[in-house]
Ligand binder design. Structure first.
Ligand code: ACO
Length: 371
């Protein structure tokens, strides 16, 4: 038996949801650059789940289905209030709340195509409601009920702040959602597929995936990028800070990627959004500092920014609290998780690899008094 640490380079399944070929990311064949510049997030979700873009009527009815399903059971919100609110990270709260949603869905364990479709709609529609409700509850505010006449992106920002966003914020947030929606067999998606390949249910698959996304080597990096930027504080401090960290072999969050060696195609979009948004807020230092760090890490280590690097200053500029960055990643990526879960169900086989044993040879059993 041979092993590959971290399963690097191992092709573990076939999939038609998204591809990374020669550094180009596509969702079902559509280049991420085209989608980022043109698509609404709802269109992208439809594409991921149905393997084609919707026509106008289909998109309107899909948007309505999502909007109508956005309210979560009151009991789930009430239970959230009993979490140890001040000490709980919103990603941990989201993981628990999604698991909780499953308890209140009587069709959670139904496996028909229609039941799975209904669960997909609910999960996609309700994650934003959970994330924003948690954020408000911990700030001592009442959750804001979703509106049915707003886009998915606008509704998130509305439920977070209680105010409808301006067009620039809505467009930027929509683009960020599009860019994060799917990414082939990343760690959280693989987790979701492993979970449901046992024929467990969709809520379990998404709960497991949230747990995997939470880690700093995956989705948790974006919050830590902002922590680093805040610690650096000013552009002039970037060089000594980064060089010192690299000398101490500390990983710089938001850099490097298992699959892309010549750059993450999503990063350039987020970089430009960061430039524009920091210009609007007047806090250009976050962008300037990010560009400086980018230059240093590229020169010193040959590592390029991934999706998490510039998304940090983008979300900060939209006025979003830093520990909500990773939950927002989940609000988008749940679309990809669901697409992969549905694909796994269509042609399922238990995922059960082997391990190369490295423990001692056969040992003789000793009764406890002789050990
Ligand atoms: N900063 C400094 N050094 C790094 C970084 C980094 N961000 N990333 C990789 N390296 C170094 C490692 O220390 C290692 O060096 P060594 O060979 O001298 O020990 C070498 O590059 C290879 O790194 P691995 O961690 O083995 O690479 P792997 O493919 O396993 O990891 C990963 C990819 C996890 C993304 C890594 O680059 C990393 O930890 N980056 C920082 C966290 C991050 O930004 N995660 C988000 C990724 S994108 C996403 O999941 C949404």
């Amino acid at each position: 038996m041979s092993t590959t640490k971290g399963l690097e380079g191992v092709v573990a399944t076939t999939s038609s949801v998204s591809s990374i070929i020669d550094g180009v990311l596509t969702y079902h064949g559509y280049d991420i650059d085209d989608l980022a510049d043109n698509a609404s997030f709802e269109e992208v979700v439809y594409l991921l789940w149905n393997h084609r873009l919707p026509d106008y009527e289909e998109l309107q009815s899909f948007k309505k289905e999502l909007a109508d399903a956005a309210e979560v059971p009151e009991a789930v919100i009430e239970q959230m209030k009993s979490y140890p609110i001040k000490d709980v990270h919103p990603m941990a709260a989201l993981r628990t709340a999604v698991s909780n949603l499953g308890l209140f869905d009587s069709s959670a364990d139904e496996t028909s195509e229609e039941a799975n479709r209904q669960k997909a709609i609910k999960l996609q529609a309700q994650l934003p409601t959970l994330v924003t409700a948690f954020s408000r509850i911990r700030d001592g505010k009442d959750p804001v009920a979703p509106k049915t006449d707003l886009s998915f992106a606008a509704n998130f920002l509305y439920m977070l702040t209680g105010e409808e966003p301006d067009e620039i914020s809505e467009k930027a947030f929509n683009k960020a959602l599009v860019l994060h929606a799917d990414h082939e067999l990343n760690a959280s998606t693989f987790t979701a597929r492993v979970c449901v390949a046992t024929l467990s249910d969709m809520y379990s698959g998404v709960t497991a995936a949230i747990g995997a996304l939470k880690g700093p080597l995956h989705g948790g990096a974006n919050e830590r990028v902002m922590k680093m930027l805040s610690e650096i504080g000013e552009v002039d401090n970037a060089e000594p800070y980064i060089k010192d960290a690299l000398a101490r072999k500390v990983k710089i969050m938001g850099f490097g990627h298992r699959v892309y060696k010549n750059g993450d195609p999503r990063a350039k979009h987020l970089k430009e959004m960061s430039r524009q948004l920091t210009h609007i807020t007047g806090e250009t230092k976050w962008y300037d500092m990010s560009v400086k760090i980018d230059e240093i890490v590229t020169n010193e280590k040959g590592l390029l920014p991934n999706v998490d690097f510039y998304s940090a200053s983008v979300y900060h500029s939209l006025g979003i609290e830093h520990d909500l960055f990773t939950p927002i990643f989940a609000v988008s990526r749940v679309s990809g998780w669901i697409a992969h879960i549905l694909e796994q169900f269509e042609n399922n086989r238990l995922i059960r690899p082997r391990a190369e044993y490295t423990g001692p040879d056969r040992q003789e059993w000793l009764p406890i008094e002789k050990r």
